[in-house]
Design a binder for this molecule. Structure first.
Ligand code: ATP
Ligand code: MG
Length: 265
């Protein structure tokens, strides 16, 4: 089934191929050093508006660190991270970066287990208030519609009143993606989103990401190569904090060095 509802009606055909002219993110010579350990070395990378970029590479390659730099969690020793062709993210804190429209899903889960599915989405939508102030504040009709839309998109309509703690692992992952989507981010960073999902859930996540690209720009870190194959426009391979290869999945899969360090023979 194709995800197809109001969320996608603004997607323009061909949007995801505009990256050559219109970068949403330009990382330039990023260096990150943790007490003498060089986690990222002169890393440069561009992501186009509406592009779906997969970042792959062995454990410890620096994929999560890269997302930490983009979201202000880690400050690089040098380099720039230009967002929307004007803002250097390395000068902002994580709250300011989130306000710029950059949303991130972490490797570890962050839903409020004691709250309902709908309450989790509400909280995320009104993220600048305290929990209880948020839940008391009434949603506008438009906000309510957005929550309904996201619930439908994530196939959680039947679970809206359910405590998030009672959802399956995969449903919790979907809820987290929903918590990002209600904030209408321009750029979504997703760290191993399919980890621990069933095959059917992984397949739906792939469809979802394809559908979100164009309207959103996505950077997806994932080890599941089947998943990467289904979704990727372009793939960047990281190794020891550097870009080892970049191109279509077919190109990088044929790259001798990539085979050597990551894919195996
Ligand atoms: N805060 C930190 N302090 C010291 N070293 C760190 C810190 N964060 C990450 N590292 C090191 O930097 C390297 C890159 O880590 P990172 O988590 O970015 O890798 P990764 O590509 O996301 O790996 P994985 O696929 O296992 O998630 C690793 O060697 C890690 O031990
Ligand atoms: Mg990681």
């Amino acid at each position: 089934m194709q995800p197809d509802d109001g969320l996608f009606t603004r997607q323009l055909p061909g949007d995801r191929f505009r990256e050559q002219t219109d970068p949403v993110l330009q990382l330039e010579n990023i260096n990150v050093n943790f007490d003498g350990f060089q986690a990222l070395t002169n890393l440069s990378l561009q992501i186009g508006v509406g592009e779906l970029r997969c970042v792959i590479g062995p454990n410890g390659a620096g994929k999560t660190t890269l997302m930490d730099v983009i979201t202000g969690k880690t400050r690089p020793q040098s380099g720039r991270a230009i967002y929307d062709q004007s803002i250097d993210l390395t000068t902002l804190d994580s709250i300011a970066i989130a306000r710029q429209g950059i949303g991130r899903k972490f490797q570890k889960q962050t839903v409020f287990e004691a709250l309902s599915v709908a309450e989790n989405l509400e909280l995320s939508m009104k993220g600048d208030k305290s929990v209880w102030a948020s839940l008391r504040a009434k949603l506008s009709g438009e906000q309510q519609d957005r929550i309904d839309e996201v619930l439908q998109l994530l196939r959680l309509e039947g679970e809206r009143a359910r405590r998030a703690g009672l959802l399956s692992h995969g449903q919790k992952q979907f809820l987290e993606i929903g918590m990002l989507l209600v904030q209408e981010p321009h750029l979504l960073l997703l760290d191993e989103p399919a980890a621990g999902m069933t095959d059917a859930e992984t397949e739906y996540t792939a469809e979802l990401f394809r559908a979100l690209s164009g309207r959103h720009s996505l950077m997806v870190v994932e080890h599941d190569m089947g998943f990467v194959e289904t979704i990727a426009d372009r793939v960047t391979v990281l190794h020891q904090g550097q870009v080892l290869a970049e191109g279509s999945l077919r190109d990088v899969q044929a790259n001798e060095q990539v085979i050597e360090v990551y894919l195996g023979r």
